[in-house]
Design a protein around this ligand. Structure first.
Ligand code: ADP
Ligand code: ZN
Length: 213
C-alpha cells in the first residue's frame, strides 16, 4: 500500500500515521521528522532546514525533494509507505510524480485530513511529542496517562520549537497559499480521499481504513 497523507498543520497527520503504519505494516515517512532528526544531529541539511522551520516557512524544494527521493528509493519502501508532510506545494507534488514513475511505484491514495480552522491552533499549542517513539499527545484532546511521559515507551514528551502561536499563523498562511492547491492535483489524478478530521483520532483512523479499502 503506497499512501500519502496531507492536511493543515495540527490536523492530526502524525497521530494517525503512527496507527496506519502498524495497521498496514508500512514505513511512515515524515519529512518534518526527517528534518527534526537532521537538526538534532546538526547535519548540513539540518542546519539549512532549521532556519526555515523555526520561522514557519517551507524548507526549499531542492533540499526536500532530494531527501524524499533518497528515502523512497530504499528497499523498505518498495512494498509500501505512508508519506506524511510531503508534498507541500505543487512543485513538490510534480516532483513526487516523477520520483514514483522512476521507481515504478503507483500511489494508491492521497488522504486529505480536513479540519476546521478553530481547532487547529488549539491542537498545535497543546501538542506534545515523545522524544523516543514520536507518538503525538495533546494536553486537551489526547492526554498522556502520566504528565510529560509517553504511555507507550515511557520516554519524555517535548514541545516542538515551531509550535508557538507566532509561528502557527505563518504556517497556516503557507498551508493555505502553497499546500492547499495540491488537493486539486490529487483530485484530478483520481486518487483523493477526503476525511473528516474534526473527530477523535481513532475515529479518523477508522474512516481512513474504510475509505482506502
Ligand atoms: P506540521 O504538519 O505540524 O506542520 P511537520 O512535522 O510536517 O509539521 O513539518 C514541520 C516543518 O518542517 C514545516 O513547517 C516545514 O518548515 C518543514 N517541512 C516539513 N515537510 C516539508 C516539505 N515537504 N517541504 C518543505 N518544508 C517541509
Ligand atoms: Zn514514546
Amino acid at each position: 500500500m503506497h499512501l500519502l497523507i496531507m492536511g493543515a498543520p495540527g490536523c492530526g497527520k502524525g497521530t494517525c500515521a503512527v496507527e496506519l503504519k502498524s495497521f498496514y505494516g508500512i514505513p511512515h515517512i515524515s519529512t518534518g521528522e526527517i528534518f527534526r532528526k537532521a537538526i538534532s544531529e546538526k547535519t548540513k541539511t539540518g542546519l539549512i532546514a532549521q532556519r526555515y522551520i523555526d520561522q514557519g516557512f517551507l524548507v526549499p524544494d531542492e533540499v526536500t525533494n532530494e531527501i524524499v527521493k533518497e528515502r523512497l528509493s530504499e528497499d523498505d519502501c518498495q512494498k509500501g509507505f505512508l508519506l506524511d508532510g510531503f508534498p507541500r506545494n505543487l512543485a513538490q507534488a510534480k516532483a513526487l510524480t516523477k520520483i514514483l514513475e522512476d521507481l515504478d511505484i503507483k500511489l494508491d491514495a492521497a488522504i486529505n485530513l480536513d479540519v476546521k480552522d478553530e481547532i487547529i491552533e488549539k491542537r498545535i499549542v497543546n501538542r506534545r511529542i515523545c522524544e523516543n517513539c514520536g507518538r503525538g499527545y495533546n494536553l486537551i484532546y489526547l492526554k498522556p496517562k502520566q504528565e510529560g511521559i509517553c504511555d507507550v515507551c515511557g520516554a519524555k514528551l517535548y514541545q516542538r520549537k515551531d509550535d508557538t502561536l507566532e509561528t502557527i499563523d505563518k504556517r497556516l498562511v503557507v498551508y493555505n497559499t502553497q499546500t492547499k492547491p495540491i488537493i486539486t492535483y490529487y483530485k484530478e489524478l483520481g486518487i483523493l480521499i477526503n476525511i473528516n478530521a474534526n473527530q477523535e483520532p481513532h475515529k479518523v483512523v477508522e474512516e481512513i481504513i474504510n475509505k482506502v479499502k
